[in-house]
Design a protein around this ligand. Structure first.
Ligand code: HEC
Ligand code: HEC
Length: 285
């Protein structure tokens, strides 16, 4: 009852119904008392049904009024109240959430690193820790170890072990290079391909650049953005290490060699929440 009465549309509909009910009860009782107390008179119609005749009366005003009210109430209910206007408490709740989030956006746009981390931590513990663990380490291999992800360590792992399951057209098989070469390639990707621009040893970057041209451009393109003219062939590595790569992972989900991570599109994270999550994952907290 509490929840029913907290809904304005229901209250208006119930009040309308109550008014019509009272009006109808009044009209009916008036006609009943008329039948009891006043004698019928007026002009009779021509028809005669075995001695029973009918008066030529106008439409009773009270009855017409309550009938009209029911029609108006019904039309109001269908077109403005619930059914066609699709009003619902869930709709109202969603609207409130959107308004609430919009109010926060201005604030979210100017969060400090610390605030971003705290926000990311909060979202992570609720949405991600059951698989990735509260310390991000992946609960003994149950899910990806995120203490390495988004950094050159993870790229080394991907080069040596391959990667699949995010729904790209290609599948990345293990690339046959030494651990050291994998490290050089990873350093080059983080320093020059990725917009994260993580600096490292110049010599290593130069070696990595040559190796990238040999082993990686076939799928990721010379600029790392993917194959020219082929959508969705392999991920865009220029976003690797930035929140945009995480946004992509969360959108796609991943059914890889470790296990299955669902897509998070249902959670409707916005840009700021993705940024906060990415910051938290890449932080050392
Ligand atoms: C045969 C094509 C192919 C080649 C060659 C290739 N990749 Fe990939 N790469 C892919 C595809 C496809 C994916 C996405 C895999 C998935 O669905 O998880 C990917 C994913 C990645 C990722 C992201 C992995 C993750 O877990 O998020 C990185 C980083 C990467 N590749 C780097 C490289 C580097 C560096 C090289 C060269 C040493 C390379 N790739 C060679 C096709 C390729
Ligand atoms: C139901 C368990 C589950 C939940 C919940 C989950 N993940 Fe995952 N996640 C996985 C698994 C399993 C993998 C490894 C997939 C593979 O490579 O086989 C993974 C992989 C990842 C990766 C690495 C993707 C890549 O590039 O290879 C990232 C980043 C990630 N998860 C972030 C998150 C974030 C952020 C959340 C919370 C919003 C989250 N995950 C929630 C199970 C989960």
């Amino acid at each position: 009852m509490q929840s029913l009465l907290s809904d304005n549309m229901t209250i208006i509909a119930l009040l309308g119904a109550l008014v019509i009910l009272i009006l109808t009860a009044f009209v009916v009782s008036t006609y009943f008392s008329k039948i009891k107390h006043s004698k019928a008179d007026g002009i009779l119609t021509e028809e005669d049904w075995d001695g029973i005749k009918e008066f030529k009366n106008d439409l009773p005003i009270g009855w017409a009024a309550s009938f009209l009210c029911v029609i108006i109430w019904g039309l109001w209910y269908i077109f403005i109240g619930y059914p066609l206007n699709a009003y619902s408490q869930i709709g109202e709740y969603n609207k409130e959430v959107i308004n609430h989030n919009n109010n926060f956006k201005a604030k979210w746009a100017s969060l400090s690193e610390d605030e971003l981390n705290t926000m990311g931590d909060n979202i992570f513990q609720v949405q991600c820790s059951q698989c990735h663990g509260i310390d991000k380490s992946g609960i003994n291999g149950k899910a990806a170890d995120l203490t390495k992800w988004g950094r050159s360590e993870h790229i080394v792992e991907v080069i040596l072990k391959g990667s699949k399951g995010m729904g790209y057209l290609a599948e990345m098989l293990p690339v046959e290079v030494s651990q050291d070469d994998a490290k050089n390639i990873a350093n080059y990707v983080m320093a020059e391909i990725s917009l994260a621009k993580v600096p490292s040893n110049a010599d290593s970057i130069a070696k990595g650049k040559d190796l990238f041209a040999i082993h990686c451009v076939a799928c990721h393109g010379s600029d790392g953005k993917g194959l020219e003219g082929v959508e969705n062939y392999a991920p865009d590595l220029t976003t690797y290490g930035t929140y945009e790569f995480l946004t992509e992972v969360l959108k796609r989900g991943k059914n890889g060699s470790i296990g299955k991570m669902p897509s998070f599109t249902y959670a409707n994270f916005d840009e700021y929440q993705d940024k906060a999550l990415n910051n938290f994952i890449l932080s050392n907290d």
